[in-house]
Design a protein around this ligand. Sequence first.
Ligand SMILES: C[S@@+](CC[C@H](N)C(=O)[O-])C[C@H]1O[C@@H](n2cnc3c(N)ncnc32)[C@H](O)[C@@H]1O
Length: 316
Amino acid sequence: MGTREDMYGLFASVNKINLTDDQAGQSAEEGTHKKNISTSYDLQARMSRKGILWNWGYHDEQNAKEISTLIPGFLDYDTDGYSEELYFAALREVPFELGDYADKFVLEVGCGLGEGLNFLSRVVDAERMVGLDLSDEAVKRANASLGRTGLSYVQGDAENLPFEDGEVDVLVNIESAHNYPSLEKFLEEVSRVLKPGGYFTHVDLYTTQRHAFLKELQDKELGLEWLLDRDISAQVQAAIHGRLSPEGSFHKALREQRVGAIQRHMAKRVGPEAVGGSFAGYTDSGSTKLLKRMGVLPSQFMPPVDSYRLYVAKKI
Ligand SMILES: C[S@@+](CC[C@H](N)C(=O)[O-])C[C@H]1O[C@@H](n2cnc3c(N)ncnc32)[C@H](O)[C@@H]1O
């Protein structure tokens, strides 16, 4: 590990993720897959500065307005607000009133650096909030920079949650589940840890095949009643366009970073794909195509995504 090429190799292997199929039962591969995922996010955590979220974002005027009303000046921080908007859109669909969280336990699975859950702690005043992530390094950073009474972060696996049966009121899951080898195991765990009457809110990127697979799982007796399946591709694409515009946060961050010309050149070409560029219709430049043909860049950095979706389910 260490060189840029190693890193691309790692991402390429991570992105052979099962967006197209379920791999339940392929346990040897599952272990390697999870190791690759945690190594990749450990690395990203070490390179990330405070305040960073790791999702493609969401933008809708009404959604943004509602946040600004609840949290005046929320854009005054060093953020474009799109990733937080995605969290808000997910929580907003949970049928509990935002003012009704005083006795609630909110668990986020796949919390990354913890900033999304920290943002939600400004939206609702929950009794307890815990973020869980596979990446030890992300969890360490989250606890160091954001942990406090009522908000903490733990290392763990979405497919084997370290919580008691029926402990959780609201389980939040943002752009993380496409990494899990078995979506079914995860949903079983969601159902196990939720209280009856508790809610699961989930957003993720989907291929058509993966979406059909989730539909099959929804027909299984997992103890979840599915309340919402919404295609939010347009709002996610709006955020990606905003971020990748010349005045957007992607290019602003590149201008501010002290990196060499070659690194900057590479980041400009590869970075947009990592923040959802292909999904929003951005295509490779001539030099990127050449670097891919030469094997310097992986031929496919991100998997082909057909839609970005928001689901809500209730524990029966
Ligand atoms: C794209 S990031 C999203 C992070 C965060 N939700 C956000 O929006 O900023 C995906 C996260 O899922 C985590 N993850 C992947 N596989 C996991 C697993 N099996 N259990 C728990 N977390 C996992 C990764 O470590 C990473 O932090």
